[in-house]
Ligand binder design. Sequence first.
Ligand code: FAD
Length: 618
Amino acid sequence: MNRPLDLGPLAACVRVSERPAERVAHARDLWPRGTLKLAYERDPGVPPLAVAFPESEEQVASCLRFAAERGMPVVPWGAGSGVCGAAAGRDDALALDLKCLRGVGKVEERGSYGVVDVGAGVLGQHLEDALEVQGWATRHSPSSIWCSTVGGWAVGRSAGQFSSRYGKFEDMALGLRVVGPKGAYGTGEWAEGEDLHEWVLGSEGALGVVTSVRARVERVATARWLRGYRFDSVETAWGAMRTLLQADLRPCAVRLYDSVDTKLAGKGTVGKAKGAAKAGSDWLASLREFVDATPALRRHTLSLPLALPRLVNGILQGLSTVCVLIVGFEGAADEVAASSTAGHRIVMDGGGVDLGAEPGEHWYDHRHEVSYKLSPVYTHGGFADTMEVAALWSRLPALYAGVRAALGRHGLVMAHFSHVYREGCSIYFTFAARGSVDVYDAAWADALAAAAAAGGTVAHHHGVGQLKQAAAARELAGIAPMFHALRSRIDPDGILNPGRIFPDVPPGPEPAAPDLVVDPISRIATLPAQEPGPQRDARLAAEGWRLRHPTPGALSADLSRVAPDDTRVIGASAVIDGRRLVLLPVPRSSAGPDPRRVLPPESYETLTVPIAPVGAAS
Ligand SMILES: Cc1cc2nc3c(=O)[nH]c(=O)nc-3n(C[C@H](O)[C@H](O)[C@H](O)COP(=O)(O)OP(=O)(O)OC[C@H]3O[C@@H](n4cnc5c(N)ncnc54)[C@H](O)[C@@H]3O)c2cc1C
C-alpha cells in the first residue's frame, strides 16, 4: 500500500524518479520465484515508491537521511541480478539504484599484485575492460559479469569462474566505504577504529550502502592452458580434483559436470567435446535435435518430463554414465607450463581420459552463455532455478546425494562442481519443474533441509535474500543476534532492507561443542583454540599431520588472511556472552556475513584449520 510522498526535498539534491516504468523495473530482481509469479500469475512484484540515483557518497547520505526522517524502508539496488529476492521492492520503499556510483581508479602496484579503487555501481565487465587497458584484471568472472555490480559482489560474497585461483570476491575486496543512516565508515584497509569488514561482506545492504570498493587485482595472464577429461563417475573425478587442489597447483578452473549435465547441457558447455559421450550413445542429442526442429513436438519437449520428474530423472541417470571435467591453468608462461604438466599427470593418474584442449577451450569461449538459456523453460509451463551449496570433501558425497534426491522429487535435476578448494567444493544444481509456486516452495524447502542435514552450507555465492532467510539463520544461528545488535547500532530506525537478511528469530538450543577431529580427506583438523602451540603441534605430529599455516602460539592468536585462494580458518566455535556458537566448517559460504576469523580472540573454544601431512611442502 503506497502512501503519498513529497519528493521535493530529495529531488533538490539527488536525481529521483516516481515514473511507473522505473518503479516496476525495481519491483523484482532475478529471483526465479518472482519470474514465476510474473509469468503465471501476472504478479509483477511490489514496486518501490520511488527510485533514487545517487552519484556520490554525499548523495547516498542525503537519500538515507530523507528516508530515515520519513521512516521509509530503503532497498539498495546494484543491478538487480540477485537470484534470491534480496533487492526486490517493498511497500513504501525508496530504492537506491547505485549504478551511478562510477569510476575506476589507477592500479597501485604492490609487488606480486595490485589494488584499485572502484565505484560500487560499476558493472563487472566495465571494470574488467577498464583494468585490461592498464594490464590488470580482477579475474572475478561470475556468469552475471555483464549485469551485476562491484557493490553487489561485495555484499553478496559473489564467486566467479576462476575462484579456485583468485578466490571469491570477499577475498579480493580489501576495503569498503559504507554509508549508513548514522554516517559513513570504512572497513578493511579503510577502517578507522572498529573494523566491520567481515560483517559488511555478506550483509546484503543491511549494514549500509557500499559506495566504493578497494579491490585486489592481478596482472593479465600471458599464458593459459585448458583441457577436458572424461571420467566414469563423479566420485572418481572428485578424487582427482581434490588431489589437484591439495597439491597446491592453483588451477584457475576446475569444473566437473555430472553425467546428466554432461549429457543434457552439452550444447552450451561440453557436449561437443570429442569423446564426451560414449560412442554410439549420441542418440539422445539426435533425438533432441529432431524434436527441436519439429514445431509440433517442440512444444512438448519439456512438458512431459516436468510432469513426471522422478521417472525422467531415473531414466536420465540410468542412461548417462560419463562425466566431463574441465581443468585450466593461467598466469606467467613458465608457471603455466610447470603446473599444467603436473596437473595433467594428477588427473590422468586419477582415472581421467584425456579429451584434449577442445572441451576446455569451448567452455572458456562460451562460459557465460549457459546461465541465459533457462528462460525457454517458462514457455513450456515450467520454471528453472539453480542452487549452489558447498561442503568439505568428506561431506560432499552426502551433500550431492541428499540435495539431488530432494530436488529430484520435484523436478529435473543436474549438477556441476566448480569453485574448488583444498578443503572442499561447491555444487551447482540446475533444476526445472512445473510452473507452480507451491512446487517451487516445496522443492526449495526440501533441498535446503537436505543441504543442512548433509553438513553443507545452504549458500555458496548467491547469498541469502528472501529465499534462504530461515535456512541461513539456522546455519548461522549463533551470529544472528550479534548481527542484529550491530545493525541496530548502525541503523537504529531499521530502514535498511528491514527484515532481510536474517529474520529476527530467537536462537535455538545451545549447540554442543564440535568434536576434536582430524579429517584427512578434507585436510582439516578441529583443535582447541587456546591450546599452547608446542603441545598442539606434538599431538598433530603424532598422527602424521602439521598445521598448513604454522603458528607458534595458540591458534586464536593469529587468524589473519593468508591468500585469496587460501584460508586459515574453516570453522569455529566460540563462547560469546556465556553462550556457545558454532560456525559450520565449510570451505566458503555466502549464507550472510562470515565472522569466523574476527570474533574476540579469547572467545574461541575450537578452530577448524587446514592441515598438511608431515613432510609435505605445504
Ligand atoms: C544469469 C545470472 C548468472 C549469475 N551468475 C553468478 C555467478 O557466476 N556468481 C555469483 O556470485 N552470482 C551470480 N549470479 C547472482 C548475482 O549476479 C550476484 O548475486 C551478484 O552479486 C548480484 O549483484 P547486483 O549488483 O546485481 O546486486 P543486486 O541484485 O542489485 O543486489 C543484491 C543484494 O545486495 C544489495 N546491494 C547491492 N548493491 C549494494 C551496495 N552497493 N551496497 C549495499 N548493498 C547493496 C541489495 O540490496 C541486495 O540485498 C548470477 C545471476 C544471474 C541472473
